[in-house]
Design a protein around this ligand. Structure first.
Ligand SMILES: Cc1cc2nc3c(=O)[nH]c(=O)nc-3n(C[C@H](O)[C@H](O)[C@H](O)COP(=O)(O)O)c2cc1C
Length: 462
């Protein structure tokens, strides 16, 4: 069989993920493997139609396609996202139809599932048959049992491509919308929201006039009594996507420093704001690759939160209700950034006056939360995610990500239970006391009342 590997890492041959693919190729020499480092060469592929067409030819002549990519910011690198958008453009998507699709990522298991959901969903949108995915930790290849597991996956993937079993779809097709939003002007009376000293910024990915997003952004800024600055990613000098070199881990110094305007923009505009509103149109199963590039380049701050206590919101044009994976990424990134995600307003209601009201209410809501300095408690998305970072930054990633380590130490992010002396003391005393069978039985009966007692005390005394 012929298998085309679409490798998404900007590091090309030096990609960790690609070593997993090389291992599979070495152990399965009877197949024809064709590798395209689309992430590494995206700049050229975007300009050179022939080079892109050659990849489409390989896909067309293949029995299966293997997406092989690192997880970057809960998805794939912006370079691969851009390639996916090129595939969806024009007639290219047809060459993928009917092929079997496999997915290999490497990561530290921070939102690897959302990257896998994305790749499965776009494979299904391309009318491919999903033949399973594999998500090892980036260092799993060092372990012989994990090497075996990788080869088992490869066998299952290759068997599926050869025997072509029917495969259920996991994701419903996205609804199409023909709705044209016509925003009304907000009357210049008391209904306009005041900024009350807060710095509000809106960032959008393109400046295309006449789109629903354009009208949504206008309605939003018009909801304020004062001018709200709107920045467009297209107009900020951004040389390229994150290259994955991780040099920033040492001291937050990105290799792009002095080479483009992104770092200054992020520090001086985004990090200096109190309220940040991100506006974008859904493109395939995410936002645009330009937005993905923004999120990847934000990684010069590595695993250190940059939006602490800020109010965050999104204006999205597109079928977000059909994109729970994208919503989860938005919620998760707000939570681990320690920001307050106030709301996500979309144009799915398909009713201009309702959308007008929703956007104005959103503006008021953002300012109310900013005035109250409200940040809602984190859910599993933020709590669980931070534990993954905490353990890795404390452990194996520490010397590369020493800037994170210093920040985590200084800001109480190392909240390991091992450091909680009071709890350790209580546990030791109680475990010892409960060795006595009578005490054990009486404590068993007290768990419910004792659990609520301190809470009752607070309610009754405060
Ligand atoms: C910009 C950037 C973003 C990353 N985002 C994530 C992430 O969201 N989740 C995760 O588990 N690992 C993340 N990682 C870690 C990579 O997925 C991991 O190091 C991977 O093995 C790199 O593979 P590669 O060498 O093939 O590029 C990120 C790394 C970089 C450089």
């Amino acid at each position: 069989m012929k298998i085309t590997v679409l490798s998404g890492s900007p590091k090309g041959d030096l990609s960790v993920t690609f070593q997993y693919v090389r291992f599979i190729m070495k152990k399965n020499p009877d197949h024809e493997w064709v590798v395209h480092h689309v992430g590494r060469h995206i700049g050229r592929l975007a300009k050179d139609r022939d080079a892109f067409a050659a990849i489409m030819d390989d896909v067309s002549g293949s029995d299966a396609v293997l997406w092989a990519t690192p997880v970057y910011v809960a998805l794939v690198p912006s370079q691969l996202k851009r390639f996916v958008e090129m595939v969806f453009g024009g007639e290219n998507r047809k060459v993928f139809a009917g092929k079997y699709a496999g997915v290999i990522t490497t990561s530290i298991h921070f939102y690897d599932h959302t990257a896998h959901n994305y790749l499965r969903a776009i494979s299904e949108d391309l009318e491919m048959h999903f033949a399973g995915s594999f998500s090892p930790d980036m260092y799993d290849l060092m372990k012989s049992e994990e090497q075996q597991r990788l080869l088992q996956y490869a066998e299952l993937f290759l068997n599926a491509a050869a025997s072509r079993p029917p495969v259920p779809k996991a994701f419903a097709p996205l609804p199409l919308s023909g709705f044209d939003y016509e925003a009304s002007q907000v009357s210049p009376d008391s209904r306009k929201t005041g900024l009350q000293g807060s710095k509000v910024v809106v960032i959008r990915d393109d400046n295309e006039p006449g789109t629903n997003l354009d009208a949504m952004v206008r309605r939003f800024t018009d909801s304020f009594a004062e001018a709200v600055p709107v920045y467009c990613l297209d107009e900020i000098h951004i040389t390229g996507g994150c290259l994955g070199c991780c040099q920033c881990g040492i001291d937050y110094r990105c290799v792009y420093t002095g080479k483009d305007a992104f770092i200054d923009f992020y520090r001086d505009t985004v990090m200096a704001a109190d309220v940040v509103v991100l506006a974008g149109t859904a493109v395939d199963r995410y936002l645009s690759w330009k937005w993905k590039q923004y999120f990847d380049r934000r990684f010069f701050n590595t695993h250190t939160p940059t939006l602490i206590n800020k109010q965050l919101g999104y204006l999205v044009s597109g079928p977000l209700a059909g994109l729970p994976n994208l919503r989860q990424i938005m919620e998760a990134s707000a939570e681990w950034e320690q920001a307050n995600l106030v709301d996500i307003v979309t144009d799915e209601c398909a009713d201009s006056s309702l959308l007008d009201e929703r956007i104005s209410a959103f503006a008021r809501n953002l300012m109310e939360c900013a005035a109250a300095r409200y940040v809602r408690p984190r859910t599993f998305l933020g709590v669980g995610g931070m534990k993954v970072f905490r353990d890795d930054v404390w452990g194996r990633l520490r010397f590369v990500f020493q800037a994170d380590h210093a920040w985590y130490e200084a800001n109480g992010a190392y909240d390991f239970p091992q450091y909680d002396e009071k709890t350790i003391e209580i546990n030791n005393a109680m475990m010892q006391a409960m060795e006595d069978p009578d005490t054990r039985e009486s404590i068993r009966k007290m768990i419910k009342t004792k659990m609520v007692e301190p809470h009752q005390h607070i309610v009754e005394t405060r």
